[in-house]
Design a protein around this ligand. Structure first.
Ligand SMILES: *[C@@H]1O[C@H](CO)[C@@H](O)[C@H](O)[C@H]1NC(C)=O
Length: 265
């Protein structure tokens, strides 16, 4: 009987839509928004602002996965967030926690084998200028358009992460950049990073043709395995996507920067 109850209750949800909910348009996305639907039908008085803030929070908690676009009704909210002081403060606090970890827990041996990993996009470089032109994630990600933009080398630095990068360099830690960008963006990526002030990383890993089809999470885990095989101790990794933290081997600690614009795994 239990198995019958669930579909029935979904039917009732569909029948008793309140007009206030319909205004949000969340029900017309792709027919899979049962979570949003039941939230909107709950006894709480939920504003669109409440809903979008909760959507963003649950993206960061990795409860919402595999989203292809930012929900249409939350595009203005997400646009405001990623261009806000709050976004900068959230990122800054991530970096502060990295520095707490580095100064209290890490005991670097300074033998050239202490390592730290960074993502590139929305970790060292900001793609917000690109997404400003692409509805802040409200339209399907277009890899061709993104690569055209990336090849122009105009991505701006994320100042908070640059500070961490410089702290690690001053402590003699080897820095590895592990990006889901493809190998054909190597010179553009290197130029862009150097132009905005990143220098002296040990290696920049990009995805070769044979790695483009597998998942990003597996590719990044393979990179960590390779580094460990080469004798490195990976103290930490900073990224804006959960694909940097999944699988084994893992880094000593993982630090997630905010990114509600897109999901890559
Ligand atoms: C993706 O971007 C390219 C380059 O800007 C463009 O030619 C193409 O039409 C876009 N594709 C879609 C589906 O929008």
């Amino acid at each position: 009987m239990a198995s019958l109850t669930v579909p029935l209750s979904l039917c009732f949800c569909a029948v008793f839509l309140s007009p206030a909910v319909a205004d949000w348009n969340i029900l017309h996305q792709n027919g899979k928004h049962h979570a949003a639907l039941s939230l909107a039908r709950s006894r709480l008085q939920i504003s669109l602002q409440n809903y979008c803030e909760s959507w963003r929070m649950n993206v960061e908690l990795h409860n919402i996965r595999d989203f292809k676009v930012v929900p249409e009704e939350c595009v203005p909210y997400i646009g405001n967030y990623v261009t806000s002081v709050q976004y900068q403060i959230d990122s800054q606090l991530t970096v502060e926690e990295c520095i707490v970890y580095i100064s209290t827990t890490c005991s670097f041996r300074k033998d050239g084998k202490d390592a730290w990993l960074f993502d590139v996009d929305d970790t060292l470089l900001s793609t917000i200028p690109y997404f400003k032109q692409h509805q802040f994630g409200g339209e399907m990600f277009n890899a061709t358009a993104f690569e055209e933009w990336a090849s122009k080398r105009k991505a701006t630095p994320l100042e908070h992460t640059m500070r961490l990068y410089k702290v690690l360099k001053s402590m003699g830690v080897q820095i590895f950049l592990v990006s889901s960008r493809s190998e054909n963006l190597r010179s553009a990526t290197t130029d862009n990073l150097v132009d905005v002030g990143y220098h002296g990383w040990k290696s920049l890993f990009l995805r070769g043709n044979d790695e483009l089809n597998g998942g990003v999470a597996q590719y990044k885990a393979n990179v960590r395995q390779q580094l460990i095989n080469d004798g490195y101790r990976i103290w930490g990794t900073v990224g804006d996507q959960f694909n940097s933290f999944a699988g084994l081997p893992s880094a000593g600690r993982t630090f997630k920067l905010p990114n509600p614009l897109y999901y890559v795994y």
